[in-house]
Design a protein around this ligand. Sequence first.
Ligand code: NDP
Length: 501
Amino acid sequence: MAAHVKPKALENFKARDFRMLIDGIWTEGAGDPIERIAPGHGIVVSRYPAGSKADAERAIAAARKAFDDGPWPSMTGAERSNILLKAADLIAARAEELAFLDCIESGKPISQAKGELGGAVDIWRYAAALARDLHGESYNTLGDGTLGVVLREAIGVVSIITPWNFPFLIVSQKLPFALAAGCTTVVKPSELTSGSTLVLGEILIEAGVPAGVVNIVTGTGPEVGAPMTTHPDVDMVSFTGSTGVGRLTMANAAQTLKKVSLELGGKNPQIVFPDADLDAFIDAAVFGAYFNAGECCNAGSRLILHKSIAAAVTARIAELAKKVKVGDPLDPATQVGAIITPQHLQKIGAYVEDATKAGASVALGGAALDLGLGQFMAPTILSGVQPDMAVAREEVFGPVLSVLTFETTEEAIRIANAIDYGLSAGVWSRDFDTCLTIGRKVRAGTVWMNTFMDGASELPFGGYRQSGLGRELGRHAVEDYTETKTLNMHIGARTSWWMPR
Ligand code: NDP
């Protein structure tokens, strides 16, 4: 592997200084800013304010006022939809800048970051369409004396907390739907990748979102995120991140019984039968394991291969994985970029070491790659993994693929379901019955059949069990940010309670 040098695109690069958005005003933090060192280049690329608890509280107060006094929740669906559409156009117009920020701050390949921006624009447009279709129900079947109308009302102030692995895409899975419903928000991006979310703040102001409707506070989880989950003026928390912090978020929100939506971790199996299109699967296996360097809740990190094909298929996956281009995130040819932090790289390495101590073998990679700057991990395959090993049960969040085997369909389902997570799964077979049996029995929010990690704004996304609570995307996504209110109306003379007629 050639030594990595500072790419041309960064030769004259100057770190970008950001401010937070509170009540429509761009705000500095009180203390030293947080400096983001690019994981693929080793230089400071962004500085964000280190927001405090007081900043979070000011943002919550602004969102509360914007909700209680309007005009946002009182606008028509069409008016909110038009603003969201304008935002989508502005995101598309600034997609290069946003993708560049996500690339250098997270270490993901630039080509992939651009693809995510395209997906995000589509989500904003989809949410804009849903803003006009939000409606309740009416009941004209309750007798001549009663008419029932069920309203959908915006739930109120929503705290949105996002992780570092898909900075712009994940905020786009939440914020436009909350806005479509008429909610006001406080957004906290990861302290590692706040840049694109702050640019989104500029875009939303330009699109016409009133002051206080979207507040963006940067800083750490314990300082800024925690008050966003406990404050009595917050009505709902929408969180994406690790299962551990998700659990803490739910416990915090329980103190004031807030609604909670959680998108958490995964340990997603791909179950492969001997009759599958193995060429297609092998390609999808490499994509599923190494896309976003495996730092992906949907990563296909657990292969469950039929015993009769396991050795040959593992060897073919290793051959293909060797060709995956790991390197400078800014190089358009790069497929696997950098690992988010040096500490995270160590954590990934420790999983590999523990697995080999427990009896697994390294079929490919297994170590960090020295490319001169930043931190990288070689695409790794572990074979001989047993279902009870940590690497088969826990989310590694790195480019590490574990290979397990099965002999019967029942055994494959048992192995797939024998973990705490249930985000997504894949099944590969040319037999319709096999695919549907696995599709119905595996406990996961999404099951891909003869493909992996495809998605669309129309399709709900979320997890079973400890992968989360609630669903994002899909036509019900806006409803998640609403309360239901019943209007029970009486028509004509009412039957007296104390003097029956
Ligand atoms: P974390 O759970 O560490 O962080 C997620 C967000 O929560 C960050 O903004 C973080 O702030 C914030 N946070 C941390 N502590 C608290 C707290 N006490 N109260 C409130 N907020 C807090 O996850 P990562 O950022 O490390 O992201 C990786 C994880 O996210 C993986 O486990 C992955 O599986 C999961 N994930 C799940 C997805 C899904 O849809 N199911 C999608 C993407 C990721 P900060 O880090 O700035 O301190």
